[in-house]
Design a protein around this ligand. Structure first.
Ligand SMILES: NC(=O)c1ccc[n+]([C@@H]2O[C@H](COP(=O)([O-])OP(=O)(O)OC[C@H]3O[C@@H](n4cnc5c(N)ncnc54)[C@H](O)[C@@H]3O)[C@@H](O)[C@H]2O)c1
Length: 238
C-alpha cells in the first residue's frame, strides 16, 4: 500500500497502523527528514502536485512492494484567509496540493490497482469539505472538491473492484494543527477553542483517524463505496 503525506500526522499514524497489520507500506512525502523516520518499508521524496514527481514515486513504490492494493491520499496543506486576503497564488497552491495532488496520485495508482485485481483508495478530506468555517476559503474549497472527487472516482472504478472513499477528520492533533494554532495571536487559546469545538472536549488523535482509514481500506468495508466517513468527534453534529 502507499500513503502520501506518510511522514507526518495522520499519514504517519496510517503508516504505523498498516505496518501493525503486517502490510508492506510505501510512504511518499515532500519532507525528506521526516520521511526517513516514518518506519515505512519504502520511502520516496516527491511532490503530489507535480505530475512527473508523483507518477514516478507511485511507479517506484509499486515496483518496490511488488504491487499496490491500497492507496491513502494523506498529503495536504492548510491555509487561512477570506476571499480577499487569500491571494490567487495561495488559492492555486492549496488547490494544487489538496485537489490536483489527489487526482494525480490516483491517476498514477489506478493502473496498479487494476493490475492487482482491485483494491481501495482512501482520500483524506476534512470536515471542512462538508461544512465551512470563516477565513479559510481555499482550504474549504479544496476539501469540498476532494470529497466530490472521491465520490466521482468511486462511481467510475467500483466495477473494477476498486473502492474509493473519503474520510473527513475533524480537529486532529497533528503538526499541521500545531502550526495553524501557532499562527494565531494566542496559540494556547486557539488550541483550547478547537478542543472545545468537539463534543468530546479534546482534539482527535491521528491514530483515531488511521483506524477509520484502516476500516475503509479493508474488506470489512466491502459495502462502503463513495462514502465521506466523518470522524470529527461531533464537530458537524451540532
Ligand atoms: N489535522 C487536522 O485537524 C485535520 C483535519 C481535517 C483534515 N486534515 C487533513 O488530513 C491530511 C493530513 O494532515 P495532517 O494534519 O496529518 O498534516 P501534517 O502536516 O502533519 O501532514 C501532512 C503531510 O503531507 C505532506 N505534504 C504536504 N504537501 C505535500 C506535497 N505537495 N507533496 C507531498 N507531500 C506533501 C507534508 O510534508 C506532511 O508530511 C491533510 O490533507 C489535512 O488537510 C487534517
Amino acid at each position: 500500500m502507499i500513503v502520501t503525506g506518510g511522514a507526518s500526522g495522520i499519514g504517519l499514524a496510517t503508516v504505523a497502523r498498516f505496518r501493525e497489520e503486517g502490510c508492506s507500506v510505501a510512504a511518499l512525502d515532500r519532507d525528506e527528514a521526516m520521511l526517513a523516520r516514518c518506519g515505512a518499508d519504502h520511502t520516496r521524496v516527491c511532490d503530489v502536485a507535480d505530475e512527473a514527481s508523483i507518477t514516478a514515486a507511485v511507479d517506484e513504490a509499486a515496483a518496490a512492494l511488488g504491487g499496490i492494493d491500497v492507496v491513502v491520499c494523506g498529503a495536504g496543506i492548510a491555509s487561512r484567509g477570506d476571499v480577499v486576503e487569500c491571494s490567487p497564488e495561495e488559492f492555486g497552491r492549496v488547490m494544487s496540493v489538496n485537489v490536483r495532488g489527489v487526482y494525480l496520485t490516483c491517476r498514477a495508482a489506478v493502473p496498479h490497482l487494476r493490475a492487482a485485481g482491485g483494491g481501495a483508495i482512501v482520500v483524506v478530506a476534512s470536515q471542512l469539505g462538508l461544512v465551512a468555517v470563516p477565513s479559510a476559503v481555499a482550504y474549504c474549497a479544496s476539501k469540498g472538491a476532494a470529497v466530490n472527487l472521491a465520490r466521482a472516482m468511486a462511481l467510475d472504478h467500483a466495477h473494477e473492484g476498486i473502492r474509493v472513499n473519503a474520510v473527513c477528520p475533524g480537529p486532529t492533533d497533528t503538526p499541521l494543527a500545531g502550526r495553524f494554532f501557532e499562527e494565531t495571536p494566542d496559540p494556547a487559546a486557539t488550541r483550547a477553542a478547537f478542543a472545545a469545538s468537539t463534543a468530546i472536549g479534546r482534539l482527535i488523535e491521528p491514530e483515531e483517524i488511521a483506524e477509520a482509514i484502516a476500516f475503509l481500506a479493508s474488506e470489512r468495508a466491502g459495502g462502503t463505496v463513495g462514502a465521506a466517513l466523518v470522524v470529527d468527534a461531533g464537530y458537524t453534529t451540532r
